[in-house]
Design a protein around this ligand. Structure first.
Ligand code: ADP
Ligand code: MG
Length: 290
């Protein structure tokens, strides 16, 4: 029997909801010593909801939300969905957007009612935040909320904070991964303060934050160059390259097809604890067939 047949054959793999691409995957589980955990959708549920809207002095919060919602309506990003839905719930129908543009890992922009509107962490707006907005943004981020800047026609007008819940199973999963001798590291495109708040709440000490989607794979390669053997757990389109680059890629089954295709292994139910089970089970299976 092939190792895969053994693993699945025990029924345990399937019972736990672990899908494995091929027998060679087992071998990599033996060496991995570092596990990179994507934040949004992996350590957290990724089901974001609108939390708070802050307007700059002289701006109107409901107008900030309405225009931000109009642009975000055209995006699939979890931050975008939270803002668009919140805007509809609080304000009703959204205006049309023209010339929509998505900038991966940064935000969105488009023209709404004649204004050139941008939402996200687009440099031209985040660099010149008025003090009241900078304070609101930093406060939300310290609490672990993702805060994005809304601006139009060259002026920052507001900040929208969205809330995402840490999965109930994440802290236990981190303990289980450590028990297997793995060092957990949180990897995210989100702001450093947000990343640190989330990391702290699940017992992770190391954080790599504010990485662009294309830089996630580079973070994996950098650790590999230091001689580490790296497992990566992720769910998003922006995790696909990192999952493929890692020595062991684990995709959340609740995530995107791109992540699932790039991973060596799928955690069907999207339960991070199963990542530790999968590694433990593979190592044990290897020990049995030696
Ligand atoms: P993660 O690594 O946590 O999955 P992403 O790389 O998708 O995050 O995004 C990183 C950051 O870019 C987000 O935290 C947000 O600040 C900003 N961003 C990305 N897409 C959008 C969007 N559609 N609207 C607003 N902000 C966005
Ligand atoms: Mg993610």
């Amino acid at each position: 029997a092939t190792p895969t047949a053994l693993l699945v054959g025990t029924g345990r793999g399937a019972q736990l909801g672990i899908l494995i691409k091929g027998p060679e995957v087992l071998e990599s589980t033996r060496r991995v010593d570092t596990v990179l955990l994507d934040k949004t959708g992996t350590v957290t549920t990724g089901r974001m909801t609108l939390h708070e809207v802050y307007a700059a002095d002289g701006a109107d919060a409901s107008e900030v939300l309405r225009l931000a919602g109009a642009v975000e309506h055209a995006s699939e990003h979890p931050v975008a969905r939270a803002i668009a839905l919140g805007a509809v719930e609080r304000g009703g129908k959204l205006p049309e957007v023209e010339d929509f543009e998505n900038v991966p890992g940064r935000g969105v922009q488009g023209r709404v009612e004649g204004h050139q509107v941008a939402v996200g962490r687009l440099a031209e707006y985040t660099a010149q935040l008025p003090p009241e907005l900078a304070r609101a943004k930093a406060g939300a981020e310290r609490e672990g909320r993702t805060a994005v800047v809304v601006g139009w026609d060259g002026v920052a007008r507001g900040v929208v904070a969205v809330a995402d819940a840490v999965r109930e199973t994440s802290a236990e999963a981190v303990r289980a991964l450590r028990a297997l001798g793995l060092t957990p590291v949180l990897l995210t495109g989100d702001n450093r303060a947000v990343a640190e708040a989330v990391a702290r709440s699940v017992g992770v000490e190391q954080v790599i934050a504010e990485v662009l989607p294309e830089e996630k794979a580079e973070a994996v390669r950098r650790l590999q160059a230091e001689g580490r053997s790296v497992a990566m757990v992720g769910d998003g389109v922006n995790d696909a390259a990192a999952l493929a680059t890692a020595d062991l890629g684990l995709a959340m089954g609740t995530g995107t097809d791109a992540a699932i295709e790039a991973g060596d292994l799928t955690l069907v139910r999207g339960d991070l604890r199963v990542a530790a089970c999968a590694i433990r089970l593979s190592r044990r299976t290897l020990a049995t067939i030696r």
